[in-house]
Each structure stands twice: as structure tokens, then as C-alpha cells.
Design a protein. Structure first.
Length: 81
């Protein structure tokens, strides 16, 4: 299970819930439509980012979101047959 915090961790402006909402909006999906596989805060090259994985049916999304600005840094979509 994913651990959630109501406030943003030190070094980040966004919470994990904020990052999830950005990913859902980018994918055009509702929270009830997806299963979150991973939502974790990571520090890479001195910058904090959320790494997210979510699934909707046969589609899996992976994205990195800047934990300070909320900008989506990377977005990948894979389709299972």
C-alpha cells in the first residue's frame, strides 16, 4: 500500500495526492478509473520528483512530476494486448 501524507515533504511543494491528480488530469482519467501501482518521492540530481505508475485496463502509464513546480518531466504510455 502507498503511504500518503496530507502535507508536502521537506523539499517539495506538492503532496503525493497533488502529483496523482496531475497525472490523472494529464491522462484524462478519473481516480475511480485507475489503479496506482507506485507514487513515490525521489531525489534526482538535487531535485525532488514524484515517480508514478498507474494502470487503466490494459494501459499502463508511467510519469515523473517535479515535486516543486508540478511540471510533468516524463510521460510514457504502454498498451498490453
Amino acid at each position: 500500500p502507498l503511504t500518503q501524507s496530507a502535507s508536502a515533504p521537506a523539499g517539495a511543494s506538492l503532496t503525493a495526492e497533488d502529483a496523482k491528480a496531475k497525472a490523472l488530469a494529464h491522462a484524462g482519467l478519473a481516480e475511480t478509473d485507475v489503479t496506482f501501482i507506485k507514487a513515490e518521492l525521489d531525489r534526482d540530481d538535487g531535485r525532488y520528483r514524484y515517480e508514478l505508475e498507474l494502470r487503466n485496463g490494459h494501459t499502463e502509464y508511467e510519469c515523473d512530476i517535479n515535486a516543486v513546480t508540478g511540471v510533468i518531466l516524463d510521460w510514457e504510455t504502454d498498451y498490453d494486448d
